[in-house]
Design a protein around this ligand. Sequence first.
Ligand SMILES: NC(=O)c1ccc[n+]([C@@H]2O[C@H](COP(=O)([O-])OP(=O)(O)OC[C@H]3O[C@@H](n4cnc5c(N)ncnc54)[C@H](OP(=O)(O)O)[C@@H]3O)[C@@H](O)[C@H]2O)c1
Length: 355
Amino acid sequence: MTTDNKLSNGKLNWGILGAARVNERLLPAIIEAPNSKLIAIASRRAGAAKATLEKYAPCHANVCCYDDLDALINDANVQAIYCPMANNEHIEWALKAINAGKHVLIEKPMALTVADIEAIERAAIKNKVKVMEGFMYRFHPQHARVKEIVESGLIGDVLSARASYSFLMKPARMYRIASGFEQGGGAMWDIGPYAIHTLRWCFAQNSQPAEPISVIAHAKFNEVGADIVTSGVLDFGNDSEGRARFGHFDISFERSRKSEYEIIGTKGWVKCHAAWVFQNDVPVISWALEDGKYAEERFAPSNHFNLEIEHFSDCVLNDKAPLLDFADAKNNCRAIDAVLKSTVTGGMVVLPVNV
Ligand SMILES: NC(=O)c1ccc[n+]([C@@H]2O[C@H](COP(=O)([O-])OP(=O)(O)OC[C@H]3O[C@@H](n4cnc5c(N)ncnc54)[C@H](OP(=O)(O)O)[C@@H]3O)[C@@H](O)[C@H]2O)c1
């Protein structure tokens, strides 16, 4: 480990950079993860850090609340930083935190360009710190079970995958579409990263995500250039028998809630019904085969945010590689960028191979 882990009895000391709404989930997760300890939170807005702490963890008065982001970054007791800044601010604050020697969990998307992710990667290597993009969903056990089903050959060769993520945007959340996609606003940088990440994982081989060779997409934009609805097809290239492998995604801020993906093979399909958000529903996956067999599998409640924090702390404390690496972050960014280009040009966008 690169930082002193004796500060909190073997637990990793976390600071939160920004009084963001998503702290509703992550702040309790940092408190609850057994190998983690929340010691600080900061905001640029006076009183906002304290208000956030009181709202989501009223019994934790011993957490230091800063009205200054740099103060948290320079707090020598903070070992790891959770960065839930606005999408277009990840690059600036992640670099500051990394250059101060902190390990950083950066909310998705890690950054808005591949060049920015490369800058984060260089800084992480130079400062010998761990960095991961915050795709919490991957830590829920239901996805490992989906993978087990696929890898068992039950549904045959994987030729298609579909990811649908939608909900009705509440008036209080309109800030998410208050800027165009170049500034990180809109659905594609918000819920799109999950859909694209999942599709790349659905076609993964030997634990390596698959990368699309081209994409074509269509979007509806609002007056400031934020996409509200985006739908598209990712071409993952033909399989060894010349059969097409397409990934379809459909994301929207103006429809009822959908948070599901399915993988379709030559013998059947498997579906995850609550992939990225859970209401009160029990996580369930289902699968069906050509011969009529159908099954549903239910999972015990499990908090993917807690598991994500526990994983990242474990990586830092025990010098392990995070599950999600820089290559994954860059390839997700490339695919999102290609989708957005396609929505603007109306044409197919070809992606570089083997980057
Ligand atoms: N993993 C997930 O499930 C999940 C869910 C939602 C969002 N996210 C990601 O998490 C990040 C944050 O998203 P979010 O929706 O939580 O963003 P948000 O509430 O808009 O917060 C983003 C930043 O803006 C500032 N801010 C917050 N409320 C503000 C206000 N009322 N006025 C002015 N500034 C304000 C905060 O910094 P200061 O406190 O310093 O001002 C905060 O760090 C994004 O990258 C997003 O993609 C992840």
